[in-house]
Design a protein around this ligand. Sequence first.
Ligand code: HEM
Length: 256
Amino acid sequence: MASTAEGMKSLLEDRVVKSKWPARLDLAQSLSGLGLGLFMWTHLILVSSILFGKDAMLAITHVMEASFLTPDEAGGYTLIPALTAVGVFGLFIVHACLAMRKFPSDWKAHKTFRSQMAMMNHSDTNGWYTQVVTGFIMFFLGSVHLYIMATQADKIGPQLSADRMWTYGMWPLYLILLFAVEMHGAIGMYRLAIKWGVFDGKDPRATRKRLKVLKTLVTVFFLSLGLASLAAYVKIGIENVENNRVGERYVAGQEG
Ligand code: HEM
């Protein structure tokens, strides 16, 4: 009897120990995070084209819509940004579901985690908590933005985007989302580098210090770029109201 029970126990332990699923899910979380992080940095660089003027942003919009493939150069395939938004939304949901596995499961677990975090005051542990909070914010605000991008992809452009920011009141959402995304993305990329030891080299401790500095620089760079772009869209949005231009599509060369 005893040996049957022991046999069952070791069989169960074998199954638990040999399961590759936790490692697979971890890898999937890292890869989806890497994809989203790279997407977000690229996305902000494209959105910041407004800092070079309306024509620059219009040119980027046209490239994103592959308008060079259409006989009529002015309009492209808005289905491309719409489908991209749907794809990013999918990846976003998968990444959030995978991340939820590691959240404190109830209020008691959350309190224990918070008190241990305060006791340790370790920057990487604090960073993990920042990711939980910013991830939570992004789940709500990012979903609103992605839904709008998927359903109104034909209304992206220097003037229409500015109208969405100012006249249609999206700027407060973008402002909060910008801080959440940039903090979440930079901490996430830093954690990925540490976790998989990609830049470890001969002295992992020195690498960790350098990566921390890089993380801060990247956050400051993208936050500054985002804030400057947000201000540029808001300025155009206000001008559109003043000049009775709300809802008007920008035509290439109109500005200069
Ligand atoms: C394919 C998917 C996406 C597309 C096509 C897209 C497109 C755009 C566009 C055109 C703008 C300019 C404002 C506007 O037109 O409303 C913008 C701004 C912004 N987007 Fe996205 N976006 C996408 C995904 C995301 C995701 C996943 C996030 C974060 C969760 C995000 C965060 C932001 C933020 C924070 C801003 C304001 C940037 C600033 O400060 O200037 N976007 N996006």
